[in-house]
Ligand binder design. Structure first.
Ligand code: E4P
Length: 215
């Protein structure tokens, strides 16, 4: 499973990249607002840093506006994948953009039929928001399971990008289900790395190493 970082913060992205496991980046308007830089500047800087797909979201909600903005974002850098909301105008735009070879990440997916329609429109990625489904009392990972199965049943090429990941449990379940990608905030990437037995084992080895006779 590919690991993307869910962040628009260059320092966070650099930190995750230094661990050697980073395949790409997802951003959204909320993350860009938090990063505090103009959108195009921030996206270009991320693309120059990471050799992989970088999702940048359109703000328009009508088909013509989405297509226009998508073309501008895609022209910023070859790494850009344009994030499009899962609404009727969004899917119409995805169809046009797919015809032009512009990659899309269809975002704000909360149901299996939405995901099927996005794939039929030619989405490169579909982003089910698992954490937000859990927050509303549902089971976000059950949706990922359904989408992966439906896409497999019909050999659909759209990749499932598990988004709104809040814990290592989401990440592991995504990998077991066969999600193509999980996008994960840095705080959760750090949790993926941690195990108390690794820390106590290392402490013991370092302690015992002091008793090794010197040559
Ligand atoms: C990424 O593509 C999504 O925008 C992001 O994972 C949403 O996460 P949130 O539900 O924690 O805001």
């Amino acid at each position: 499973m590919k690991l993307f970082i869910d962040s628009a913060d260059l320092a966070e992205i650099k930190e995750a990249q230094a661990m050697g496991a980073l395949d790409g980046v997802t951003t959204n308007p909320s993350l860009l607002a938090k990063a505090g830089r103009p959108m195009r500047q921030a996206i270009t800087a991320i693309c120059e840093l990471v050799d992989g797909p970088v999702s940048a979201e359109v703000l328009a909600t009508d088909t013509d506006g989405i297509v226009k903005e998508a073309r501008e974002l895609a022209a910023l850098h070859p790494n850009v994948v344009v994030k499009v909301p899962l609404i009727a105008d969004g899917l119409k735009a995805v169809r046009i953009l797919a015809g032009e070879g512009i990659r899309t990440n269809v975002t704000l997916c909360f149901s299996a039929p939405q995901a099927l329609l996005a794939a039929k429109a030619g989405a490169t990625y579909i982003s089910p928001f698992v954490g937000r489904i859990d927050d509303a009392g549902g089971d976000g990972m059950e949706l990922v399971e359904q989408i992966v199965l439906i896409y497999r049943n019909y050999d659909l090429e759209t990749e499932v990008l598990t988004a709104s990941v809040r814990s290592p449990v989401h990440f592991v379940r995504a990998a077991l289900i066969g999600s193509h990608v999980a996008t994960v905030p840095l705080s959760v990437i750090k949790q993926l790395l941690k195990h108390p037995l690794t820390d106590s084992g290392l402490a013991r080895f370092l302690e015992d190493a002091k008793k090794i006779p010197k040559a």
